[in-house]
Design a protein. Sequence first.
Length: 561
Amino acid sequence: MRRLSFTLLVLSTICYAQRLSFSFSDLFMKSPGVQRQLPDLYEASVPELQAGLDAGDFTSVDLVKAYFARIEEVNLQGPALRAVLETNPSALTQAAELDAERKASGKRSALHGIPVLLKDNIATVSSEGMNTTAGSFSLLGSVVPDDAGVVKRLRAAGAIILGKANLSEFAHFRGNVASGWSGRGGQNSGAYFPGLDPCGSSSGSGVAASIGLAAVTLGTETDGSITCPSEHNNLAGIKPTVGLTSRAGVIPISANQDTVGPITRSLTDAAIVLSVIAGKDPNDNFTLAQPDTVPDFSKALDVRAIKGKRIGVPRLNLVSRANPTILTAFETALDTLRGLGAIIVDPADLPSINEIRASGNESLVLNTDFKVQLNEWYENLVENPSGVRSLADLIQFDLDNPELELPPGFSDQSDLLAAEATNGFTAAYFESLASNHDLGRTRGIDAALRNNNLDALVMPASVASGPAAIAGYPIVTVPLGFFPDNTPTRSAGPLTVYPAPGAPFGLSFVGTAFSESKLISIAFAYEQKTKTRLQRKAFAAAIPTTQLQDVLFRPAAALML
Ligand SMILES: *[C@@H]1O[C@H](CO)[C@@H](O)[C@H](O)[C@H]1NC(C)=O
Ligand SMILES: *[C@@H]1O[C@H](CO)[C@@H](O)[C@H](O)[C@H]1NC(C)=O
Ligand SMILES: *[C@@H]1O[C@H](CO)[C@@H](O)[C@H](O)[C@H]1NC(C)=O
Ligand SMILES: CC(=O)N[C@H]1CO[C@H](CO)[C@@H](O)[C@@H]1O
């Protein structure tokens, strides 16, 4: 045994040093005496990674190295997915410290030593070595006053910040620009078809999660920005109730609608992450309205909890608008939910849905909030080398730097201009906000739930975000299916397509404020029954080949002694 492991050590060292295409993993897996398989990072869950870390099969340093190598393989080379903007130069040091701490005193939480990728609108202190820019050159090199509230929670839980993900610039509030594009990152694309629209605005988070460029990722949603990338990238996503997770230190669109949530390969991982990042934060007073105790959302991961749950189908002007291929899969999903013991109430419409469609009040609120809050963002920066100190400056900066920020095909900044034209918190603003809450909550989602005595609503992810956006209500999304191989591709921007052969689509569960646990339990039963994610993989060139084995020759040999 000792001689074998020594031979393996030598062999693996040679493989590593010479970067032979010969795979050490084959050797490792077939060697006698090896009890455990290392997790495949394409799919590895947080509990699997945590088990391997606890057992000493690999370290967090190994994990960070492996994820860095996987990013390197596909981000700018090969399929050039452009999912990641920056990697954290401090990540390996942090990983080593967390490895030592695990050995000395055990793990702090289920996220101890787990590498997390953040959407680039979520602030990290610049002393760590990363920028916080929402993809815009106007914020390159800027110094934020502090970590975002959710980042403080991640660090306290022992998570490692792996890097920053590309996104639709300013969380898709720049203008009529394709999803997944930012000035700094260029056009991000999905891994399930070449040039696939990754959907935004948390596009890089979604694409990175879909092929295992990080263990888990965070995104933000104002209207669709977690739900849609989760759907386009075959993932689980939780858009939390506005005020469950802190937006302090998140480059804003709107305090009334923004929310931070997990985008992951499984609901199990999403529930683990949400349990860590949820909670009150004095720096975001919306969070003070949440229940006093943050639930352990992992407790909702119980496949039996769906039995007897009443789930409504809002057909009118919502489900009925979905693509026919998606609708066919959706009808099958309803049968699956019935089979799992749920009671499907169909239809269960939102009384206000036609008024929601006709209303322009969401735009008015977002435009107003964006101007006020983005101005505050720039003002609160400790430093900003671009000199941009306001939304007006930003518009001018883009005009002055067209090669960086307004290249052909990506030159629209109509959202910035519309926001700049607003006049603060006027009477019309407060009327609009009240109208949004009336339409989205009182006569919308809450009315549909109450009138039909429901626990949740279910709909294709592609139509799920609007009412929940103006209500500030939660959405839990899981994979539903894939477009068939004979699907004609349709343009989704100068460089992207959707749908396309094999393009994923999702199923969303929507509920009232702070009903995340209930939504997770229903969606979990569906996810576990169908395991749709595992039915299809990314196209071959978009699947990174680096695995833990490739960075692990020393510990691997030690394991066999
Ligand atoms: C920000 O980006 C610049 C340019 O890519 C890079 O040199 C720098 O290390 C990054 N981090 C900080 C904190 O400026
Ligand atoms: C939060 O604080 C702001 C500014 O201090 C205030 O205008 C707003 O009403 C507060 N919102 C909530 C939900 O408490
Ligand atoms: C906003 O809501 C108010 C109150 O319901 C309504 O009178 C107004 O027409 C709406 N504005 C827009 C732009 O839709
Ligand atoms: C980690 C990584 O690949 N970062 C790249 C992201 O895209 C920008 C713009 O193309 C590059 O400059 C970074 O190196």
